[in-house]
Design a protein around this ligand. Structure first.
Ligand code: ASP
Ligand code: MG
Length: 458
């Protein structure tokens, strides 16, 4: 079997839905399980609606109407007037009724708990599941919605619930296997789950990918396909370099590095279990279904080494702490990091010399108190508006001449910090925000343009 997961843009209109149905039909022989996101914007709208109701803003009712209309319009485009359309519209009404009840209660009580918010959010995927299943039926497939909450058992961490794999495995086999064996395509709304006692939960934003990964891993799928509107993981931001290309294959480690830089296609936490069980994950483009996309598989330690992508992230702050007394002292780093822990702030890159430490932060909400606490440990300098530019790849430790090529490529750019050797899949430099695109461009040209490909790797 395979898992085919479709994101919101892929199911956002009649044409898109037809395209999706055709793709599923083409893969019928591979016994697909379909996992779907909510329709575009719907999850955001649902969360906003509940929030408005909790704040006793009566416009929440307009939002409810917007959500209802949006789904009705898709149904009306998809189906001509007849029993199927009437059945589906009735179903939309029923779920909207449930949503209204939730929101009325939130409004009346002026209270929105994470538990209620999950019940509200799950409506998006419960609605889209019905619509996608109907689109498949229209294409001649035997498709049936399976309520993901009967399979995806989670803990009670509402809003970001953890799947209980030991509970899910038997349920997935029990509910889905017989369907697959009799040629039925099960359609699951992604993102949602339920506690063992049946209370609705969600797996966190973007969680439909997780649903696909969980089901594919536990049913030992031949492949988990994540269908989206990009060609896969790109080797550079297409906005920076016109010749950006999809990376044919990445290891989970490389995918994790790229995720930090906003390649939001895959979350590392869901990739690992699949890859460990030997289930490949492929990111595919609904607009270009025949393109190979990006395959995520376990890395081959003897395979070719070298850079695979250039990524960047702006809005970075560098903190530099220097303290001559640090020379030969022990326990100093602990004191520094305690400050960041105390202020609940994640540190990304770190570089040290004998008497100073540089590190980067994304989140500077608490920079004031952090600076004050660090000032007790040494001299502190804060540099804002920086960017991290990273070369991501594999086997960097055994790739000769890498540093020379990087620094030659960055000759015209002022580098304020370097982090290398934390892993052999990433080398990062910190530059001024205004230099980020130029740095990315130069690195991309050095390592990925045709001319570079012809250069002998030294
Ligand atoms: N619909 C949910 C969200 O927008 C889950 C997903 O699409 O992955 O976060
Ligand atoms: Mg997504």
């Amino acid at each position: 079997m395979i898992v085919m997961k479709f994101d919101a843009p892929s199911i956002g209109s009649f044409d898109r839905l037809r395209g999706v149905a055709k793709l599923v039909l083409q893969n019928k022989a591979r016994k697909p399980v379909v996992v779907t996101s909510a329709l575009p914007k719907v999850t955001d709208l649902l969360l906003e609606t509940a929030q408005l109701a909790a704040e006793r803003e009566s416009d929440y009712e307009d939002k409810l109407q917007e959500i209802e209309t949006l789904h009705q319009e898709v149904v009306e485009e998809l189906l001509r007037d007849g029993p199927a359309r009437r059945r589906l519209l009735a179903h939309v009404k029923e779920l909207m009724g449930e949503l209204r009840t939730f929101c009325t209660a939130v409004y009346a009580l002026e209270e929105l708990t994470p538990r209620t918010l999950d019940a509200v959010a799950a409506i998006g995927e419960r609605l889209s599941g019905e619509i996608v299943a109907e689109a498949l039926v229209q294409e001649g497939l035997r498709a049936e919605v399976v309520d993901a909450r009967t399979i995806i058992i989670t803990d009670e961490a509402f809003g970001n619930a953890a799947p209980q794999m030991a509970e899910i495995g038997p349920r997935a086999r029990l509910h889905l296997k017989p369907m697959l064996d009799t040629g039925i395509v099960p359609v699951l709304g992604g993102y949602m789950g339920a506690t063992p006692s049946g209370v609705t939960t969600t797996l966190g934003r973007g969680g439909a990918d997780a649903t696909a990964a969980i089901v594919g891993t536990l049913l030992e799928a031949q492949e988990i396909q994540i269908w989206t509107e990009v060609d896969g993981l790109m080797n550079v931001d297409p906005k920076v370099a016109a010749d950006a290309q999809a990376i044919p294959s990445v290891s989970p480690e490389e995918a994790a590095e790229l995720t930090y830089f906003g390649t939001k296609v895959l979350h590392p936490a869901m990739i690992l279990p699949a890859v460990e069980r030997g289930v490949p994950i492929r990111v595919c483009n609904t607009q270009q279904p025949t393109a190979p996309g990006t395959l995520v598989t376990a890395s081959d330690p003897t395979g070719p080494s070298g850079p695979r992508a250039v990524a960047y992230r702006k809005g970075i702050t560098v903190v530099l702490i220097s303290q001559p007394k640090m020379l030969m002292a022990s326990g100093y780093l602990r004191k520094v990091f305690e400050v960041f822990e105390r202020h609940d702030t994640a540190v990304d890159l770190i570089a040290t010399s004998e008497v100073s430490i540089s590190l980067t932060l994304d989140d500077i909400e608490n920079i004031g108190p952090i600076k004050a606490d660090l000032a007790r440990l040494g001299e502190v300098k804060v540099m804002r508006e920086k960017a991290i530019v990273s070369l991501v790849g594999r086997g960097f430790f055994r790739y000769q001449g890498l540093a020379r090529r990087i620094f030659e490529a960055l000759a015209g750019v002022n580098v304020v910090m370097i982090s290398f050797a934390a892993s052999d899949v990433n080398i990062s430099v910190v530059v001024d925000e205004g230099d980020a695109e130029r740095a990315v461009h130069s690195l991309h040209r050095e390592f990925f343009s045709e001319i570079a490909a012809e250069k002998p790797a030294s």
